[in-house]
Design a protein around this ligand. Structure first.
Ligand code: NAP
Length: 276
């Protein structure tokens, strides 16, 4: 018998989340019966812990975690986490493994998988990531594993960019250089520039020197007009928003939870961007 498996995405706010639709499509493709709900939670650790415990205590199979709970989820797993969650100090995927709550972070691998599916080469390239928050932290290890030659991390608070760069400087990869700066001092010739700041969620915008040249611009944000992509679109960069990253991180979570492989072709999801 095909027993219904229960999943949730926990966030605050959460009503906008596309995850239930994504996972419903994945489940339909692989032929299993799921119930995937949006779960609002008050923004404090005790409430988050109570929601997670009630869900898994009641037989829930897997939970996605979104803003602002990824760091709390990392704390809750108490070291029972993947190398990606450890590097990011943030968890977006929860399930029970060896009778204990286990945390992974699929955001960074989702980003890399999306770039690769879009035909964007990373190996040997110069890549700039703007931001040093949870999303940027999650992206660094998968980007290094994709063998970028030079990774530059730029952040408004330079100290955080410095800390993030230093965290990975001792990890053995094929990347030759990890550098950092504030947002005003970027390398001139960039293969791929990724916006991992949350500035697009406010009315502010990043300003760039017009001499900056990037072959590809990728905004992790999706579903809103992007001033970042509008700037690079005018520079004739190839532009992508973060919808594909969302789809790929969800695919990875789903496959971990169900042990069933999803084929994104033919599911009708398509990455697109809306310049401002
Ligand atoms: P976060 O942890 O809150 O980090 C926010 C980052 O943005 C920090 O580096 C912060 O710099 C910077 N920032 C905020 N306001 C700024 C401003 N006015 N000017 C310049 N920099 C500013 O957020 P996050 O979780 O990393 O999320 C970042 C973005 O990625 C969001 O748009 C989120 O929606 C998106 N995201 C997308 C996906 C997906 O699947 N597509 C997944 C995860 C995240 P300071 O350090 O100086 O404060």
């Amino acid at each position: 018998m095909n027993k219904t498996r229960h999943f949730i995405v926990i966030g605050n706010p959460i009503s906008h989340s596309k995850s239930p639709d994504l996972h419903a499509a994945f489940a339909q493709q692989v032929g299993i019966d799921i119930c995937y709900n949006r779960q609002f939670c008050p923004n404090d650790f005790e409430s988050f812990k109570a929601v997670v415990e009630a869900f898994f205590g009641g037989g829930g199979v897997g939970a996605n975690v979104t803003v602002p709970f990824k760091e709390m989820a990392w704390q809750l797993c108490q070291g029972h986490i993947s190398q990606y969650a450890q590097a990011a100090k943030a968890v977006n995927t929860l399930f029970i493994k060896d009778n204990k709550l286990y945390g992974d972070n699929t955001d960074g691998r989702g980003l890399v998988n999306d770039l690769q599916q879009k035909g964007v080469a990373l190996k040997g390239k110069t890549l700039v990531i703007l931001g040093a928050g949870g999303a940027a932290r999650g992206a660094v290890l998968p980007l290094l594993q994709a063998d970028v030659a030079h990774l530059h991390i730029a952040n408004r608070t330079i100290q955080k960019a410095c800390e993030l760069a230093c965290l990975f400087n001792n990890i053995k990869t094929n990347t030759q250089q990890i550098t950092y700066s504030d947002l005003a001092s970027l390398p001139r010739d960039i293969d791929v520039i990724i916006n991992a700041t949350s500035i697009g969620l406010s009315n502010e915008r990043l300003s760039f020197d017009c001499t900056i040249n990037a072959k590809v611009a990728y905004d992790m944000m999706y579903g809103r007009p992007s001033a970042f992509l509008a700037f690079f679109d005018k520079q004739n960069s190839q532009c992508f928003d973060g919808l594909g990253m969302l789809i790929h991180q969800g695919k990875l979570s789903f496959e971990m939870w169900t042990q069933k492989a999803v084929d994104l072709r033919g599911l009708g999801f398509d990455g697109c961007f809306a310049p401002q």
